[in-house]
Design a protein around this ligand. Structure first.
Ligand SMILES: Nc1ncnc2c1ncn2[C@@H]1O[C@H](COP(=O)(O)OP(=O)(O)OP(=O)(O)O)[C@@H](O)[C@H]1O
Ligand SMILES: [Mg+2]
Length: 623
């Protein structure tokens, strides 16, 4: 210890002192208010708790010099104003049951904290009273209650945040970065409250400019949520998302999750809410990833806004000073709900592929086309999710089905390499195959447009789904090679594979030791047709290594069977790069319609795009 440290008496050791209230409040405030965005979060949550129908947020200099939040909620009686600013004073719980928290607030901490680290003015008027009142607090010192003019509701103005704790100021980032964080939190909170109108304005030189506006959504819960999410995440998202509605042991999962073909390169477009609170929860994001693992490659990330709601007793919101984390009483149930709820919806969506792909394709064709659609950052929503039937935004194939009416269509003019007479199968979702182009693209005519299928990608997916089906039934059927193929696998690869030979045999791959770092391949999965084992085996080794990295000692194959099967399927694209007759092409289309997940290949790329006739007409300036 350096000499002269005031806290150390060299004769008697450290001196323990009681800190005064101002210091205690500032320390506590540091946990609650980390940056302007956390102040905005507390104030907006208070407004939501107060039953507001509109909330306006104004911010100057990234929130450092001014944050003002106004609402039209229930207001605070003038005699209670000092109490609202006192620590540990709340109207929201009585303390008897910390497990039954239904409001955002419960600690009675936020306003006191803000008053301790900035200059705060609280102005409020309760409905039915003819005057309002205000009180100020600066650095923790309360002023007197004064009459003030105001409509019903509350305004909290916070100036010079952290002026009383300059050390904290140094940790703030640029105004721009702080403003971005404020914008993020306002949008996130707005996602969960579609019935409340929000604005966020930036104040410069006394002039306010609205940077975000979301009007109150009307209609039923699903419609309102869909509208709000479209407003915040972009209508692209809602058009390409599946409505999620699932329940498990008292936990309800609602919201929207995008089709795999609408994935992103980063996990930043995932918005998770628990009882209306925006949360960043590893358990839930892990579950989201797991739900899509089968349909997305590792470097793609699902886009989703998901809302879990449950009895407050099933989740502890009191585990984090800023309430950013929650703890489920039964984490396994929460995880299982997300994984199975999403997987179920994805499987039901069948081969649906994103609608934006057709648009993107048209955009690419049009000379004056601008950049591909970009959608805004972010967020999700609260709302007590009373389970309601989810509307299917766009029907999956199952519901569409071929229409019962089969009219013969006139035979088309030959255009591609294969032309067949028109069949009534146009009524099927993927239509009637008309031609194959470049030995890989099937062009099909539907009732309302044109479908182009990437035959390689589609086939890969079908093989994968069939392999999974066989695996789940009695193991994958194999076919014996007339002459065993010898494959060299250096660096211990042969031993690694041989150690898994029993499991591999179940996958239809029978290998034996050949000595000298090589294996003899005797049988291969029958579904794949002719396989080049010299390419398949190194790929399998990679998959096993990845599985090893994921941990788990229940047998590597057991751990990531799907990943391994997906690799295997890539080697079975017998139909790619090869001409197909109309019958074979139509069989492929029909199989796609009947196969779950067939809208994207194993890497999350689309297997087909659809151009609507109306789009094509627009392309030619006809509409
Ligand atoms: N916008 C508002 N409208 C009406 N009442 C409010 C508003 N903001 C605060 N209050 C009242 O002031 C009290 C204190 O607010 P504060 O945010 O400090 O605590 P809290 O919301 O109860 O709990 P927490 O610290 O968890 O946010 C609230 O319990 C509420 O009664
Ligand atoms: Mg509060």
């Amino acid at each position: 210890m350096p000499d002269g440290d005031p806290k150390i008496d060299t004769n008697t050791g450290p001196v323990i002192r009681q800190l005064d209230d101002t210091v205690i409040s500032r320390i506590a405030a540091g946990e609650v208010v980390e940056r302007p965005a956390s102040a905005v979060k507390e104030l907006v949550e208070n407004a939501i708790d107060a039953g507001a129908t509109r909330i306006d947020v104004e911010v100057a200099d990234g929130g450092k010099s001014l944050i003002r939040v106004s609402d039209d909620g229930c207001g605070i009686p003038s005699e209670d104003l000092p109490l609202a600013l006192a620590r540990h004073a709340t109207s929201k719980i009585d303390g008897s049951d910390l497990l039954a928290i239904r409001s955002f607030g419960f600690r009675g901490e936020a306003l006191a904290a803000l008053g301790a680290v900035g200059r705060l003015t609280l102005t409020s008027r309760v409905m039915g009273r003819d005057a309002g009142a205000s009180i100020a607090s600066a650095g923790g010192t309360l002023g007197a209650v004064r009459p003030a003019a105001r409509g019903c509701g509350t305004t909290v103005e916070l100036r010079d945040l952290f002026y009383a704790t300059p050390a904290r100021l140094k940790f703030l980032r640029t105004d721009r970065a702080e403003m971005q964080a404020v914008s993020d939190i306002v949008r996130r909170l707005a996602m969960a409250e579609p019935g409340i109108a929000f604005t966020l304005s930036q104040v410069t030189d006394g002039e306010a400019r609205v940077s975000f506006r979301a009007d109150a959504e009307t209609g039923d819960l699903w419609g309102a949520l869909r509208g709000r999410l479209g407003r915040i995440m972009g209508s692209d998202f809602t058009e390409n998302a599946l409505a999620i509605d699932a329940e498990r042991e008292g936990l309800h999962l609602g919201g929207f999750a995008a089709l795999p073909t609408f994935s992103r390169g980063a996990a930043t477009h995932q918005y998770l809410f628990v009882n209306g609170r925006p949360v960043r929860d590893k358990l839930l994001t892990g579950a989201l990833r797991a739900a899509y693992s089968d349909v997305l490659s590792r470097d793609r990330h699902p886009v989703a806004a998901l809302f879990i709601s449950c009895d407050p007793e099933l989740v502890d919101v009191n585990v984090h000073p800023a309430k950013a984390e929650v703890r489920f009483r039964d984490p396994g149930t929460a995880r299982g709900l997300v994984v199975s709820g999403l997987r179920h919806a994805l499987a039901e969506a069948g081969h649906r592929s994103s609608s934006h792909l057709g648009g993107a394709a048209l955009g690419a064709m049009r000379p004056e086309a601008g950049a591909p659609p970009v959608y805004q950052r972010d967020y999700t929503t609260r709302a007590s999710w009373a389970p309601q039937p989810a509307p299917d935004l766009q029907p999956g194939f199952a519901e569409m089905g071929p229409s019962a009416r089969f009219d013969p269509a006139p035979a088309p003019t030959p255009a591609g390499e294969v032309v067949e007479p028109a069949a009534p199968i146009e009524d099927y979702p993927l239509g009637a195959a008309r031609a194959q182009l470049h030995e890989n693209y099937i062009v099909a005519q539907t009732r309302s447009g044109v479908v182009i299928v990437d035959q390689h990608a589609a086939h890969e997916r079908l093989v994968y789904e069939r392999l999974k089906g066989q695996m789940a039934a009695n193991g994958i059927a194999s076919q014996a090679l007339l002459v065993p193929q010898i494959v060299e696998l250096p660096n211990g690869g042969a031993d690694t594979l041989l150690a898994e030979s029993d499991a591999l045999a179940q996958l239809g791959l029978v290998i034996e030791p050949f000595g000298g770092g090589a294996v003899a391949v005797r049988e291969t999965p029958a579904l794949l047709g002719q396989v080049d084992a010299a390419k398949l085996l190194p790929d399998l080794l990679d998959a096993l290594e990845e599985a090893g990295a994921g941990g788990g000692d229940a047998g590597l194959l057991g751990a990531r069977l799907d990943a391994v099967l997906s690799r295997v399927a890539c080697h079975g694209s017998v139909r790619s790069g090869r001409r197909m007759g109309a019958e074979e092409m139509n069989a492929l289309l029909r199989e796609m319609e009947a196969t779950p997940h067939s809208g994207q290949c194993n890497h999350g790329r689309p297997t087909y795009v659809e151009l609507k006739l109306s789009d094509i007409e627009r392309l030619f300036g006809r509409a």
